[in-house]
Design a protein around this ligand. Structure first.
Ligand SMILES: [Fe+2]
Ligand SMILES: [Fe+2]
Length: 471
């Protein structure tokens, strides 16, 4: 089960050759995927890139590294190993064997969940397609392309489920996933944050830290699903996702490190003149990406999500580690709310508050990044600190969508927000400045001035390694 078959047109560990119908369906989708990659994927022409490819889904050594032309990347279908004894961990079917087929009554809901997840994967490739033109080093360029090919593979992962388990409707959805495009007027991507552009590398690092991390939590809930093929698919995707977040975490580390260094050396906050990114601009980018990523978790309460949980379609983060009955019939939770127009909290049934539960797990995780970046500032002997803005700040979804609030959580009038938002969110001037720093550095071992080099290269290779051969 664990060893993908690379002799096949579509590498897989699901014995695709035993299901001719499915194999033909996927083989006819493959050219559409490739033409999507050619038209909507990375724009920078390359000969080859030092990429990892999955060769085994097990814990040890699942990845192979080598220089490959990107359009020849071996996108394939890899599910984590099946546990034949797996039972459902939560909801009304708790204790029953996990499903190997889709129960008719949950077909529409499961398809919807898979389509929404699937839609984000190619969306991020589209959002990042022009970044190759301004990479700060070959190391960073390689990481960008690694993220891109793996998001492409995540699309394959979802399309496999659609084609294998959802019949004609699944095949139609698989086509639609290639027809919607990030930022398109007529056919945009489903979720708002995936229609924003990722125009510069600071945005890319923030995106991979905050928005890929949202993906981690969404995949975490689907990994708990009673529908076993979905669970196993998401389990393996989470392994790939870890690298995407590593790119974000260490990317921001390196930006902060460089800024702190220039601040300390020159005893000034005004580092723009030295070609580094001022700390307050970094904070504004952080504010933006964090707040739009909070929106991705949906409203504070949701009866749909309560129903998904009870049905066994989507669990909680780390469901099996939770110390409760995993049914949540009588439990309650405090969720954010507007109370008489003021920022407050209200008690609701735990089941309807599951979006809040997941968002809180995510927020705790995000705090870890801020702590590490502040440690870098502290080490440089600087008193300044970065912070996560309040949950009411810049929200378009949920209880606080209708109000304005400062990053410290102070309620503001519309007029005051308009006057002051440039202090907290990137202004056109900030964006133009950041963009002005985005000059490509394609020479081996060289790096742009606005960020520090990484501590280590990829797969034991040095920073100076020839990670990418340009065309
Ligand atoms: Fe992904
Ligand atoms: Fe990702």
């Amino acid at each position: 089960m664990t060893t993908p078959d690379y002799a096949e047109k579509i590498p897989n560990n699901v014995s695709l050759h035993e299901d001719r119908r499915l194999q033909r369906a996927l083989e006819s989708w493959q050219p559409d995927f490739l033409s999507w990659w050619q038209t909507m994927g990375p724009t920078l022409p390359t000969q080859d890139v030092y990429l990892r490819t999955a060769i085994n889904v097990g814990r040890e050594g699942w990845a192979h590294f080598g220089h490959v032309p990107m359009h020849e990347y071996r996108w394939g279908i890899f599910l984590a190993d099946r546990n034949p004894d797996r039972t459902i961990a939560f909801g009304q079917h708790k204790g029953e064997p996990a499903w190997q087929k889709v129960p008719g009554e949950y077909r529409a809901d499961l398809r919807r969940l898979i389509v929404i997840q699937g839609d984000t994967e190619p969306a991020s490739v589209e959002q990042q397609r022009n970044l190759g033109a301004t990479a700060p080093s070959l190391y960073d360029l390689r990481n960008l392309f690694q993220v891109n090919v793996e998001e492409g593979r995540h699309l394959w992962a979802m399309v496999y489920l659609l084609q294998a388990y959802f019949g004609r409707e699944g095949r139609e959805e698989a086509e639609e996933l290639l027809h919607r495009n990030s930022g398109s007027e007529d056919a945009p991507r489903i979720l708002g944050a995936f229609n924003e552009e990722t125009p510069d590398w600071l945005s890319f690092f923030m995106f991979t830290y905050f928005t890929d991390r949202d993906g981690k939590y969404q995949l975490g809930t689907l990994k708990e699903s009673a529908f076993d093929p979905l669970s196993r698919t998401c389990e393996f995707m989470l392994k790939e996702e870890a690298h995407h977040m590593f790119v974000g975490t260490t990317g921001i580390d390196r930006v902060v490190e460089r800024t702190a260094q220039v601040m300390a050396e020159n005893d000034t906050d005004e580092v723009a003149a030295f070609g580094a990114i001022p700390l307050d601009v970094i904070q504004k980018y952080l504010n933006f990406h964090y707040s739009v990523s909070l929106d991705l978790f949906g409203g504070e309460t949701s009866t749909n999500v309560a129903n998904y949980f009870t049905a066994g379609l989507k669990g909680r983060w780390m469901e099996e580690r939770r110390k409760d009955d995993h049914v949540l019939g009588d439990d309650s939770i405090m969720v954010d709310a507007l109370i008489d127009g003021e920022i407050g909290q209200t008690e609701v049934a735990a089941l309807t508050g599951l979006n809040t539960d997941l968002r809180r797990e995510y927020i705790d995780d995000c705090r870890g990044g801020v702590t590490r970046w502040n440690r870098i500032l502290e080490k440089a002997g600087l008193p300044q600190r970065l912070a996560l803005p309040h949950q009411a700040f810049n929200r378009k979804v949920g209880a606080f969508a209708g109000i304005e609030a400062s990053p410290s959580g102070q309620r503001l009038s519309a007029g005051e927000w308009e006057r002051r938002k440039g202090e907290w969110l990137p202004t056109d001037t900030d964006k133009t400045f950041v963009r002005s720093l985005m000059k490509p550095v394609y020479e081996r071992g060289k790096i742009a001035a606005w960020l520090a080099p990484p501590r280590n290269g990829i797969n034991g290779k040095p920073f100076e390694y020839d990670y990418v051969h340009l065309a």
